[in-house]
Design a protein around this ligand. Sequence first.
Ligand code: FE2
Ligand code: FE2
Length: 357
Amino acid sequence: MSKAPSLSRTERVLVVDDEPWITEVLTAELGLHGFHADATNDSTQVMEMLAARHYDLAILDISMPDPDGLALLTEIQKGYPHLAVLMLTALGDAETATQAMREGASDYVVKPYRTPQLIMRIERALERSDLLREQHQIRQLLERRVSEQTRTIDSQSERLGSMLDRVLSTYQATVKALEAALDVRDQSAPGHCRRVARLAVRLAARMGFSGQDLVTMEYGALLHDIGKLGIEDRILMKPGPLTNEEMDVMRGHPEIGCQIVGHIDFLQDALPIIRHHHEWYNGGGYPDGLAGSGIPLLARMFSVTDAFDAQTNQRPYNVVNSVECALENLRKSKGVTCDPQVVDEFIAMIEEQTPGD
Ligand SMILES: [Fe+2]
Ligand SMILES: [Fe+2]
C-alpha cells in the first residue's frame, strides 16, 4: 500500500485515458499528492461526470476512440470554460498539443512523463485557472456594479426630468396668472399679449435666436405691460385722452413692471424686454432714453411687433389699419422709433406669410 499523502488538497481531478493502466497509475499518484482523483477509460462518459460533480482539473489523453481529447476539449470549453484542462500527448505529437493549447487547454504533458513534472504542471494549471476564475468573478462584479449604477442614473434622470417638467409648468402657470391679472384690469386690448408673443417669437427665430432666448422673448412679450397693474384706475381706465401729467404716470409702467416681476428668478432674462419696450431707436423713448444698439436687441424686436399689433387690432381711440398700411407705417418708423434692420426682417416675415398682399 502507498504512503499516506503528505498534504491534503481540496482540488478534484478527472483523469481520462483509454488505457486502464494509465488511469490507475495516475489516480494513485494524484492521491499520493493529496488530490481527489476520479478516472474513466470511456471518453463518452466525461460530460456526464463533469455535470454530476465539481472538478477543478481534467487530464485528457489526446489519442482516444471518439470523442478524442481534442473533441472533448471543445465540449468542455463550451460547458465549463473555467475548468483547467491538461492534455496528455504521445511523444512526437507536438503539433496536436500546440493545437490543443490554441483551443484553450491549460498545458500539455508528453508521455511517458515524470511524476514531479506532471505534478508541477497540474499545480501551474490550477493556479492559472484560479486566476482566470478570479478575473472572471471581478469582471462579473464590475459588470453588475455598472449595470446597477446605470439603472440608478436612469431612474434619477427620469426623476429629474419629471421635476423639470413640473418646474416648467409652474413657470408657465406663473406667467399665465400674471397675464390674466393684467387682462382683468386692462381690457383695452384683448388678446394683444398672446398675439404679440407669437409674432415676436417667430421674428426672433427668424433672426437666429433659439432655445432659452425664444422662451425669454415669449415671457417678455406676454408680460411687457404687466406694470400697468400699478397704474391707478382713474388713469388706466380713463375713457378720454390723457393729460401730460397722466401720461407721465402712465410712462412709469415699464419700471413698475420690473418691480413686480424683478424678484422672480426665472423671469430675470425677460426684464430688459419689459423695461425697454418703449425705447425709441433715435433715443426719444422711455424710461431710459436708450438709442440704437444700446437698446437690448430682444426689446427692439419686440417693439416692432408691438407697434404692428397695436395698429392692426381694435383699441379704444385707435383706427384699425390694414396690414399694408401698418407695414408702411413701420417703414416710416425706421431709424425713428424702430431699428431699421429689425423692421425689414419683420416686413419680410409678414409678406412671406401673406404672399401677394
Ligand atoms: Fe407698454
Ligand atoms: Fe403692447
